[in-house]
Ligand binder design. Sequence first.
Ligand code: USQ
Length: 405
Amino acid sequence: MRIAVLGGDGFVGWPTSLHLSNLGHEVHIVDNLSRRWIDTELGVQSLTPMDSIQERCRIWHQETGNRIQFHLLNLATEYDRLKGWLLDVKPDAVIHFAEQRAAPYSMKTDRHKVYTVNNNVNATHNLLAALVETGIDAHLIHLGTMGVYGYSSVGAPIPEGYLDVEIDTPTGKKGQQILYPTKPGSVYHMTKSLDQILFQFYAQNDGLRITDLHQGIVWGTHTDQTRRHEQLINRFDYDGDYGTVLNRFLIQAAIGYPLTVHGTGGQTRAFIHVQDSVRCVELALGDAPKAGERVKIFNQMTETHRVRDLAELVAKLTGAKVANLPNPRKEAPENDLIVNNEQFLSLGLKPITLAEGLLAEVVDVAKKYAHRIDRSRVPAVSAWTKDIARVVEHDPEGKRLRSVS
Ligand code: USQ
């Protein structure tokens, strides 16, 4: 298949591109390299040393003989170029990762909120409009998020995208399936909720074939393909904006930093290893909906964990200390989470569990690159509201300069 990977330079986009190229697909990466610019804006860098995208593609060709083409294009602002590019390449499938993906970054300031909405919503809508206009019948796979469902305890498993409801009508109760009501917890998660509506419309109006992957928090770094050469390594974010919870705990343990648990750590979240994430994209590619069908939605996660249990697990493995900090986010302090993920399991996914993979990750990645960490970028200081900003902890290590008199 000829596959376009939009956002193919990112944390999940890059290993997905390698995985699909390795399976023999013709892969084209489209990316505006915004994630690299945001690193520069924030003054942070990936824990792992990353080469340029062109160099990564060159090494991949050297190692495998397979070519991955890179195209520099901004989906959100260059609509005409996008249309022209689609007509040139005529992909059979388009995998859409090209969105700003960090909740804390999306909540930093009003400017970051506006950027995240403009970038994410326009990127998705431009792509949908361009597919219709060019008549390219590609299967569109979008990387969505488990966060669209929200994190209040419902006491019942979260279904894969659609909820069975009964409505009172003059002739009695009628059953229906509706998109699960969204309850986003950040501006970033809100953009993914808006994406869902765009997909629903274009599938119904224009017969676009769309799959939406509601992914949990990705942990780990390597996949079979990124391991093949030091210069193919994946990025690994540890900073307070882009680092996700388990990866952050792992590097915090590696550098003797207290594990930064927000509040009581009673937040339960869904997780998936990056190797399973790329496998899920492969499985979704093989299971495309037909034109006229509703959007196919998968819950792309393999296990759920409470934040404080993860901290305890990492502390037990490494001897790290745990710090319970004021939560910079506005979120339920405690929640239950049961998720239905039957579809991927029935397509043959064999999940990598945290218990198997965790120790290797601590040793291989966190310790190996610990010297690249800037401790001052570890605290999560992006506050969800102005009131919360007043109590955010900027110094979890307790190194604040105190009076010496
Ligand atoms: N948390 C801590 N300590 C930290 C960092 C986070 O206790 O040092 C807590 C947060 O308060 C939150 C939970 O851990 O309750 C998860 O935070 P996260 O930063 O790991 O994940 P999140 O902001 O939800 O976003 C990440 C990805 C996003 C993806 C989402 C999937 O950045 O792209 O969509 O995970 S999900 O969480 O299932 O919505």
